[in-house]
Design a protein around this ligand. Structure first.
Ligand code: VGL
Ligand code: ZN
Length: 210
């Protein structure tokens, strides 16, 4: 593929807590930084997302006495996986990785800021009703195709890709610029769901620069 003016690179959650040594480290997560920086250098437009939870967020296992991280609990909006405390607003772990090239970002969308609702997706929170506003912003600017990369394949990348398709965008996910948490086959399942929804799976080396 070659970039066109209505394409946008959407970089998901390349934050300290999701990288090796972080609170919710994605295995091999730092491998995405070099290909993502190359994509950022070549893409016509760039938007970054940032997982951005208040302390005591409902998705934290520490907010549910007697529960442990990676267990699932029932919440009013459905099943929620519990996570270690991560990406707390303003914390060092919530910062973008220092090697990520953030200079070209035209917009940073923060998600997961409602205390009682998680948001893996950059578009629609986990209650599946509360929009983040990103679909409207991108539509208003006339973008038609979104190229996604970042962390984690099986959570924030997949949910964002599926919601972007549902919002009417053409979507591609860059295979070598994503890594997953991968619990119980969740990465393979995510790729299957994305393929079924018409999400294209591409390699960063196949994207022409400029
Ligand atoms: C994510 C779990 C919890 C992600 C965010 O960025 O994929 N995963 N919060
Ligand atoms: Zn989170």
């Amino acid at each position: 593929m070659a970039w066109t003016g209505t394409d946008l690179l959407l970089v998901i959650d390349v934050q300290v807590d999701f990288l090796p040594g972080g609170a919710l480290a994605v295995p091999d997560g730092d491998a995405v930084i070099a290909p993502i920086n190359r994509l950022i250098g070549a893409a016509p437009h760039v938007v970054l997302t940032q997982d951005w939870h208040p302390a005591g967020h409902v998705s934290f296992a520490s907010s549910h006495p007697g529960r442990a991280a990676f267990e699932a609990v029932a919440l009013p909006y459905g099943t929620q996986v519990l996570w270690p405390d991560h990406c707390v607003q303003g914390s060092a772990g919530a910062a973008f990785h220092r090697d990520l090239r953030t200079d070209r970002a035209e917009l940073v969308i923060r998600k997961g800021h409602h205390p009682d609702v998680d948001s893996y997706s950059a578009f629609l929170e986990a209650d599946r009703r509360t929009p983040t506003g990103l679909a409207g912003a991108l539509r208003e600017r006339g973008f038609s195709r979104l190229v996604l990369c970042g962390l984690a394949t099986d959570y924030c990348v997949a949910w964002s890709a599926l919601d972007a398709r549902a919002a009417g965008f053409a979507v591609a996910v860059v295979d070598d610029a994503v890594r997953g948490i991968d619990r119980d086959g969740s990465v393979a399942r995510a790729w299957g769901e994305m393929a079924a929804a018409g999400v294209e799976r591409i390699e960063s080396g196949k994207i022409a620069s400029g």
